[in-house]
Design a protein. Structure first.
Length: 170
């Protein structure tokens, strides 16, 4: 049985996970907390196998929470369930040690599948996350900010450049 802590300021498909736990006996939600900081406390006391986080946690964000979870115990798996669609965030949290990245719109059955995969030492990116990420990589991996700075020069604010055109191609 996979012992799960869920952290987030909103409900992270908890009813769906609880229903699967009862039906399948695969997942046991051992704690739910509203913040990443409280998730760290539960990691120390409850020793879960897996933590489900949002990128935007109150207090410390999901990226920092992931880093601190891995300091507590590298074997704890981290699954992101978030509304953040920005590919550089995917890169950052995966580099910090996250094991899966899913959008909040992911069905409870797909969340359960991601849990299964990461517990078997696999990385899981939903198809939608992977598609956006690969488009970003294939486009040079530039954030919108980097792209603006590349086209218009460093040192100018992005807001001042919106709608402006370079005087000559770069």
């Amino acid at each position: 049985m996979t012992r799960v802590v869920i952290a987030g300021d909103r409900d992270l498909t908890l009813p769906g996970l609880n229903g699967m736990r009862v039906r399948d006996g695969e997942v046991e939600v051992v704690g739910t907390v509203p913040t990443g900081r409280e998730a760290l406390d539960l990691c120390r006391t409850l020793q879960p196998n897996l933590v489900i986080l949002d990128l935007r946690e109150p207090g410390i964000d999901g990226l920092e929470t992931t880093q601190k979870i891995k300091e507590i115990d590298r074997s704890i798996k981290v699954v992101f369930l978030t509304t953040s669609h920005h590919p550089p965030y995917v890169w950052a949290v995966m580099a910090a040690g996250a094991d899966a990245y899913l959008y909040r719109s992911t069905s409870p059955s797909d969340v359960l599948e991601s849990i299964r995969q990461v517990m078997y030492h696999e990385t899981f990116l939903s198809c939608e996350v992977l598609a956006r990420f690969m488009r970003w990589v294939n486009d040079g991996g530039e954030t919108p900010e980097d792209g603006i700075q590349h086209r218009f020069g460093r040192g100018q604010s992005s807001l001042s450049l919106i709608g402006s055109q370079p005087s000559s191609p770069s």
